[in-house]
Design a protein around this ligand. Sequence first.
Ligand code: B12
Length: 296
Amino acid sequence: MQEAEIQAIVQAVLAEITKRPGANGGAAQAATARGNGPAVDLPDPTDEAARRTPGVVNPIDPDGLRALMATTPTRIGVGRAGPRPRTRALLLFQADHGVTQDALFHEVNPRLLEEQGLFVVESQAHDRQEYLKRPDLGRKLTEEAKRVLGERCVKKPDVQVFVGDGLSGAAIEHNLAKVMPVLKQGLQAAGLTMGTPFFVKNARVGLLNDVNSIVDAKVCVLLIGERPGLARAESMSIYMGFRPKPDSTDANRDVVCNIYEGGLNPLEAGALAVQMIQKMIKYSTSGVDLKLVDKT
Ligand code: B12
C-alpha cells in the first residue's frame, strides 16, 4: 500500500475518533496536528482532590472513608479492579515514583550552597550510580576532601555543622535556608562555638566519623536529605553525635527526622537540634548512652 493511502486511512480514523462524544477532541486534534496520534486525556492523578478520592466501590461508610483518607498521605482506600489496582491508583503510584527518582538524582542548586556560604567536597562515591550501589563509599571522604577540610575548617569548635545531599537533594533545597539560621542563632545563644560549615556531595550519615577526625568538634552535626517516600521528597534529617570516632555507629548517634513543612517544622527542628546538642555536651555522650543518662 502506498504511504499516501496509509496516511489517508489514519486521518479518517482519527477524524472519526475525535468526533465521538466524550472523546477529548481538543487535545486529540492538537496531538494529531503534532503528528503524535490521538491523545487520551485522563484526569491528573496527582491532583490533591484525586488523591483523596476513594477508589473503593460502594464503601459501607463513604464519609468515614473520606475522613480517614484526609488524615494521611498513605495509600488507603484505593480500591481494586478484580485482583489488580485501579488505573488511577497505578498512575498515581507511577507519578509518585517519578518524584522519588527525580529527588534521588537531583543535584542541589549550587547557588543555594553559595548563598549559605558552603564550599563543596565529595565522598568517595563519585557519581549517583556508585552512591546508590556502594553506601560504604558515601561514608568516606576522598583524600582531596580531607585535605580541603584540613585547610579550610576551624579546628576544635564546640559544634561542627555540615550538609550532605544524601538521598534527596530536593530536601536540602526545601529546608536548608530555614534550618541553618535557627541552628546558628541557637548555638550562639547557647554560648557554643560553631565550626566552618561545608557541603558534601554523595553523602551518607557515616561521614560524621571521617569529618570529626579532621575537625575534632565536641558535637558533629549533619543535615542530610532523607530517603524519599512515594510522593514525598522534601524531608530532611539532622543526624548528630558526640565526638564521633572512626568506630562510632548509629547507636552513638541521634536524629531529628521528617523535617519539612508538612512534618516537623524546619524552625522547630533547628531549635530541637540545639537542645539535643546541649544535652550531648552536658553529658559528654550521645545516642543510646545519652538516653540512659538523660531522663528529661
Ligand atoms: C532506611 C532507614 C533505616 C534502615 C537503615 C539501613 C541503611 N543502611 O540505610 C534500617 C532499616 C536498618 C533502619 C533501622 C533503624 N531505624 Co531507621 N529509618 C530509615 C529511614 C526510612 C530512612 C533513613 C534515611 O533516609 N537516612 C538518610 C540516608 C542518607 O542515610 P544513610 O547514611 O544512607 O543511612 C543511615 C541512616 O539511615 C541511619 N539510620 C537509620 N535509622 C536510624 C535511626 C537512628 C536513631 C539513627 C541514629 C540512625 C539511623 O542508618 C543508616 C546507616 O548509617 C528513616 C525514616 C526517615 N524519615 O528518615 C528511618 C528512621 C530514621 N529510623 C528510625 C528508627 C527508630 C530506627 C531503629 C532504631 C529501629 C529499631 N527500633 O531497631 C533502627 C536503628 C538502626 C541503626 N542504624 O542503628 C526512626 C528514628 C526516629 C528518631 N527520631 O529517633 C526513623 C525516623 C523512622 C521513624 N519515623 O520512626 N532504619
